[in-house]
Design a protein around this ligand. Structure first.
Ligand code: PLP
Length: 404
């Protein structure tokens, strides 16, 4: 069923060395690696049918258009959206959030309230702060606990008829916490508020069904789920997407243009101004096919084993503290050892070929909560192994001795 040796052969980058050592790639929460099956699709695009879409009558343009629209269907099916035009191609999660935040400007008034969580990536904080500055709406924060979970009783207290929109991540990129988004969505809906879920960190590990969740907006990046950078998707309920004005003006997003009046194209094109990342969109669909072939159940149970194994090994290191101990976690471990700066650990283990993230992980409010400048973060994917974790733990022990 889950053949790790076969899977690793799909990823050419896993064969390389770094500083003379075999690469151990534990920075999957920042970006995932790309299997040969997806690389082949990218090469095929530029070798065979590179052309602009939706415009040309010529064969190449039609082939590219067909593949791009077929990619939209693959994404629709993957997330179980009701309609293909509820999938908007974006350049990634950040773009998707900005698109929605920008659109809500037309729908908000001075007294309106928006609710965010303390566990967010900066890209799910800053666009909303900018929106609040422009509209006079105010931003309320669901605080976190020591374990890195949301204080749901405070969320209940923050909700009111003034609440227009709630936005939280499905999974925290800094701590790995899986948030109770179904509960959040249902509670927000009871007050008539819309909900946007930042799914950048969940989508590589959890199979998402947007209709079952009844979520209004769900945003993802292809590059965190075995696809290329610079492409992603925004799922939006048709009713909401119709309510929002376009984000950017340009080619492709119009029905008719004159200097007196321009009318906008229907969904999804209304939100897709300009030439998109055509190859990226097609490769994104190939990445979803690849992950679905392996299967999300197999991926999740394998990654849970890696998480448990690594957590136990790391916790045994003297002076090591793990941040984020929620019972519901994906395969992310954030930690520090005593007062050693995370950057120093990261630099030493890079010399041993091991890639981890150090710093605030674009989530400074979390670091502020723990009163730390940052953490060392390891994040696993389904192509990592227990052997790699063993080498990593040895490397961390060595670094700790050197830096003590
Ligand atoms: C990576 C990430 C983002 C930003 O994604 P981009 O691809 O850089 O736009 C946002 N939120 C979370 C939780 C992330 O992990």
């Amino acid at each position: 069923m889950f053949d790790i040796d076969k899977i690793r052969k799909d990823f050419p980058i896993l064969n390389r060395t770094v500083n003379g050592k075999p690469l151990i790639y534990f920075d999957n929460a920042a970006t995932s690696q790309t299997p040969q099956q997806v690389i082949d699709v990218i090469v095929e695009y530029y070798s065979n049918y590179n052309a602009n879409i939706h415009r040309g009558v010529h064969t190449l343009s039609q082939e590219a258009t067909d593949k791009y629209e077929s990619a939209r269907h693959t994404i629709q099916q993957h997330f179980n959206a009701n309609k293909a035009h509820e999938i908007i191609f974006t350049s990634g999660t950040t773009h998707g959030i900005n698109l929605v935040a920008n659109g809500f400007e037309a729908l908000l008034q001075q007294d309106d309230e928006l609710i965010v969580s303390a566990l967010e990536h900066h890209s799910n904080i800053v666009p909303w702060q900018m929106l609040c500055e422009r509209t006079g709406a105010s931003l309320k924060v669901i605080p976190m606990t020591e374990e890195g979970e949301l204080q749901m009783d405070v969320f209940d207290a923050l909700l009111s008829d003034k609440t227009k929109l709630v936005f939280v991540n499905h999974v925290s990129n800094a701590l790995g916490t899986v948030n109770p988004i179904k509960t959040i969505i249902d509670k927000a809906h009871a007050f008539g508020a819309a909900v946007l879920i930042d799914g950048a960190q969940a989508s590589p590990h959890i199979k998402v069904d947007v209709q079952e969740l009844d979520v209004d907006f769900y945003v993802v990046s292809a590059h965190k789920m075995c696809g290329p950078t610079g492409v992603g998707a925004l799922y939006g309920k048709e009713t909401w997407l119709n309510k929002l004005p376009p984000y950017q003006g340009g080619g492709e997003m119009i029905a008719e243009v004159s200097f007196e009046k321009t009318t906008y194209a229907d969904l999804p094109h209304k939100f897709e101004a300009g030439t998109p990342n055509i190859c990226g969109g097609i490769a994104f669909a190939a990445a979803l096919d690849y992950m679905n072939d392996i299967g999300y159940h197999a991926i999740a149970s394998y990654e849970a084993e890696l998480l448990d194994y690594a957590t136990e090994k790391l916790a045994a290191i003297e002076g090591l503290r793990i941040y984020g101990t929620s019972k519901q976690k994906t395969a992310v471990i954030s930690f520090n050892i005593g007062n050693i700066h995370p950057y120093d650990i990261g630099t030493i283990i890079d010399k041993l070929g091991i890639a981890v993230r150090t710093g605030h992980h674009c989530a400074q409010p979390i670091m502020e909560y723990y009163k730390i400048p940052g953490t060392v973060r390891v994040s696993f994917a389904f192509y990592n192994t227990q052997n790699e974790i063993d080498s990593f733990v040895e490397a961390v022990k060595r670094a700790a001795i050197m830096l003590a």
